[in-house]
Design a protein around this ligand. Sequence first.
Ligand code: 9G3
Length: 567
Amino acid sequence: MKQSQMLIPTLKEVPADAEIKSHQLLVRAGYIRQIASGIYSFLPIGRRVLRKVEDIVREEMEKIGAHEMMMAALQPAELWKESGRWFTYGSELMRLHDRHERDFALGATHEEVITSIVRDEIKSYKRLPLTVFQIQNKFRDEKRPRFGLLRGREFLMKDAYSFNESFESLDESYNQMFQAYSNIFKRLGLNFRAVIADSGQMGGKDTHEFMVLSDVGEDVIAYSDTSDYAANIEMAPVIMTYEKSQDAPKQMEKVSTPDQKTMQDVADYLGHGLEAGLKSIMFKVDDRYVMVVTRGDHEVNDIKLKNLYDADIVELASEEKTKELLGTGFGSLGPVGVSEEVEVVADYAVEALANVSCGANEAGYHFVNVTPQQDFKVSQYADLRFIKEGDPSPDGQGHIQFARGIEVGHVFKLGTFYADNLNASYLDDQGKAQTMVMGSYGIGVSRTVAAIVEQYNDERGITWPAHIAPFQVHLLSLNPKKEEQKQLADQLYEQLKTAGIEVLYDDRKERAGVKFADSDLFGIPLRLTVGKRAGEGIIEMKERTTGEQSEVDQSDVLSTVNEWFKQ
Ligand code: 9G3
């Protein structure tokens, strides 16, 4: 294709709102343009890259017998009312109504849609297992869209759904999908890890996230320094056993701690380390109020709290509610003497403590020499803290290290939640009606494009893996006004195109410097430059990633290019 006829608006300056490399480069190189916060259009060269990623996903899906379809993106509210999710999702679910005032949702995901199709069409166990997928834009009204394609409000997802007659069959589908995901991310040249994840609102048990390692990743991965254990920090269990304190419990006493703001201030003031203090935080868990107590040097893991209560909503209690329940605001909360209406739960580490300090539920006062069970009641102990670097790995091998990751894939064993709620059943080989068992499997396709750029770039622009780039060859004619240059470049363009090479031809009347800078931004693997030596039939060839340059006679260009892509 000829650049003089294409929409590829490149920018010299970095867009002000683009904080990370992939966002900056995809905008500067003319791959995407934002139309509203978190909403992007893919320009022509962006669409070509997207299609290459899609095609690799398609191939691996079809290899495991998943068939592509295209579901409706406009979803009638009735389906979400049948599954109950119309009311459990808040403003993140984009809702609208049609001319008849009927409620619809813009597709954030398609469990309800696909289950409503399958329940009407599949009746016999002979038709199972069945796996379908689609590649379609999803709509989720994120509170804080950011980082360009990494967290958008409209994004391209491959979502697949498996329908199985049993949990054993679901395990097989899940494992096949797991392997297909590994193949996909390997083929995309990504450095990724499959990590054990939290199933969140999806219910079901097993779930894994595919994480691309990156410092701009929003997720934290806890991985073992000696085994292949890796989990999203949200759910990584803490298997530590705590040595019970041997100290005889002393008499608790109330001390004045004027103007001490943080846990560290109080610990310093009382002359002990953070780990000899208790941290007490009030949460609203669905419709009850819970005080979570952890050791002062630990952090409450709200996902573990949510799973402990199997709750829908877990959020910090407001300051005024805290004042109402405990008589004081944040800063000197503690479990001693709290009223019955507040349930006190504590992390396992607290149980082993004796003679520690905690807030006295009175501004400017703390208790010292506090010992659990003797000085305050705990309704239950549980694993409620985030795992920390250096903690033992949950698989018992080695110790935990942290890394940041970009979640590009997520596979779920859903179980029977949707089939139950939407009555998707089949007749088994005894003619008995059985509920279908489901799995759902997602890849963030547009997010993956950004993750690839995060991993493949240098100071001059993008350095795509060769099979992902929008074109294979970037052909530049430096001075189209010079007849011999224009002729040679035109001839090469025709020759390469005829040979089936994907070539982008920069035939614009621009200065050489502009052409070279744009070429480096695009990240097309191989550049052919027709310049001063066109008269001698000599072309300059340059590899984008390595920067390696060579001179090629015009009669050898096609064989040299074909040879290069064979490697
Ligand atoms: C919603 C909104 C946001 C959501 C969901 C529903 C995440 C929702 C989880 C999934 C599960 C799987 C199929 C592909 C793989 C992931 N955010 N999830 O269900 F209404 Cl607003 O999407 N779905």
